[in-house]
Design a protein around this ligand. Sequence first.
Ligand code: ZN
Length: 311
Amino acid sequence: MTTLLGIDLGGTKIAAAFVHGDGRVHLRHTAATPANSGAGAVLDAIVGLAREVLDTEGAETPAGCGIGAAGVIDPKTGSVVSATDSLPGWSGTPLRSELERRLGLPVTAINDVQAHALGEAVRGAGAGHGTVLTIAAGTGIGGALVVDGRLLAGRHGAAGHYGHIASPAAIGRPCPCGGTGHVEAVASGPALHALYAESGGSAADALEVFALAADGDARAVSAVDRAASALGSMIGGLVNEIDPDLVVLGGGLAGSGETWWSAADAAARSEMLPFLRSCAIVPARLALDSAIVGATVAFEQEHPLTRETRL
Ligand SMILES: [Zn+2]
């Protein structure tokens, strides 16, 4: 069975590991992303971490590498089309060709949220289902649609920016994209924290708001409910549009407790058309490995011969 190298590049952390043909993730290494030091430093950090995994004594040589990276990645060239302020200078980086040159391996590069969705849809909570809508809710809101194991990436590789759909709960609220009124502006972790502050509460971050809500702080419960309900309404609308077999809900907020989850689920169901309300919304299953696994799935799909040897 062939082994692949999987890499997950986020705005704060990089992870790399071997992914074996049976789905096992092995020799996981992590490092901080030197986000403010420019694209060259980020590439150096990725290569350095990959080398730590590849140079492990006794390690086999992988057949290739899949990377899920922050930013919109052009599906044809593997270059970074655009990136947010979390990685200054990242836009325009020829990610795939640089990694191929420096690692000496064939590389497939996709967006990290899309990699998370592909991993969950094919090897995680969505395995065995045909049409899987994955939503990742955390610092931002994103996701991807995977149909019969294939990611819908879109013309620019930008499909799945679900956080930037208009939401009645977000009217007038500024969104990190520069627009206003998008669901991310009311449903993300930072937005939830802002809702709590606006109601007169004081907390260091969204995590603390969740802790306060669990202790019965009424303003914290209200902020969690408003953020989760806005997200749920959006999910319900997407279910009406797509009619998926399953919705996989992951990201940092999805693991934050029953108050958030039940508010999101209830709002989604009240938005769904009556005959679609049986659509299951389930938690992601691969935890920290989803993007690493999904990036290697993308590699297998781009290199079918590797896939055959892995089956
Ligand atoms: Zn936006």
